[in-house]
Design a protein around this ligand. Structure first.
Ligand code: ATP
Ligand code: MG
Length: 272
């Protein structure tokens, strides 16, 4: 059975473009012919609101929260988005209780992994992106344990950069639970070439983490702020190959696929 590559988008720092990157990197890869599933794991429901609009929870509705509690398949939760090849498992307001409800479950960090292993439709996808909350919570741990890789968006400022070492330490502590987990690197976001601090942060990070810093940067872009309000990806909102976001996310998708290629090659060798 085909198994997709699962990637957690993580950073405990808020507002560094985890959700925007999930939407637009997902869209860029879907436009490149990949089949992409995104999963909203943040009770703020920003991914859901950005891609298909907020969903009102009503009594009797089966949600991702219910599936996690039952440790059951996610097949019936998958929905299409307006972008062909880009699907979503949305969440509703009940997800806010997930961290507390899961805390007493045996094997509490592996629940999402178990749900995904029961999801037959996962075989329809090439890549799965998990959009996380700005925290290091039990749900984030579940995301990392279920993932092959993690990708860290970081805004090009001093304090978020300092926070990266704490994030790295927290993820390292999880290695026992997630031995498969590999780093895809850090993407600088909200970058402005005119701001000296952005250039300084880039230089410092390059020195500190070398190639773990991706060369693509996501530039400041006012259109990216407006696009989610009409459930459009940056590609549909800009509707121009020369759009700033269109250029940035296309370049990021290309770089990501290059980084994944050696792993894909290794898997091809192992699987014959
Ligand atoms: N390129 C951009 N330039 C400027 N603002 C942007 C850009 N892309 C997204 N934004 C805006 O920045 C804000 C934060 O983005 P986003 O919600 O993706 O961050 P996040 O890391 O998911 O936040 P949280 O930690 O709360 O989940 C949003 O209001 C979004 O519309
Ligand atoms: Mg978010």
């Amino acid at each position: 059975m085909n198994r997709p590559t699962i990637i957690s988008i993580v950073n405990h720092k808020g507002g560094c473009l985890k959700t925007t990157l999930t939407v637009n990197l997902g869209a860029a890869l879907a436009r490149a012919g990949k089949r992409v599933l995104t999963i909203d794991l943040d009770a703020q429901q920003n991914l859901t609101a950005s891609l298909i609009g907020p969903i009102q929870w009503v009594e009797g509705m089966r949600t991702l929260y219910d599936a996690l509690l039952d440790e059951s398949s996610l097949d019936d939760l998958i929905q299409e988005t307006p972008t062909k090849g880009l699907d979503i498992i949305p969440i509703t307001e009940d997800f806010a209780g997930a961290d507390i409800s899961l805390v007493n479950v045996v094997g509490r960090e592996t629940i999402l992994k178990s749900c995904l292993s029961k999801t037959k439709r996962l075989a329809d996808y090439d890549i799965v992106f998990l959009d996380n909350a700005p925290s290091i919570s039990l749900v984030v741990m579940n995301s990392l344990v279920a993932s092959d890789f993690f990708l860290v968006p970081c805004s090009a400022e001093y304090l978020p950069m300092v926070g990266l070492s704490l994030l790295s330490e927290s993820i390292m502590k999880m290695k026992k639970l997630a031995p498969q987990l590999a780093a895809l690197g850090v993407v600088l976001t909200l970058y402005s070439h005119n701001e000296r601090i952005c250039r300084q942060v880039e230089t410092m990070l390059r020195k500190e983490i070398g190639d773990n810093l991706l060369s693509t940067k996501i530039r400041v872009n006012t259109k990216a702020k407006a696009a989610p309000s009409v459930q459009k990806t940056i590609f549909d909102y800009e509707n121009s190959a020369k759009g700033r976001g269109t250029e940035d996310y296309t370049a990021l998708a290309v770089e990501l696929l290059q980084r994944l290629e050696p792993y894909a090659e290794a898997a091809r060798v192992v699987n014959g």
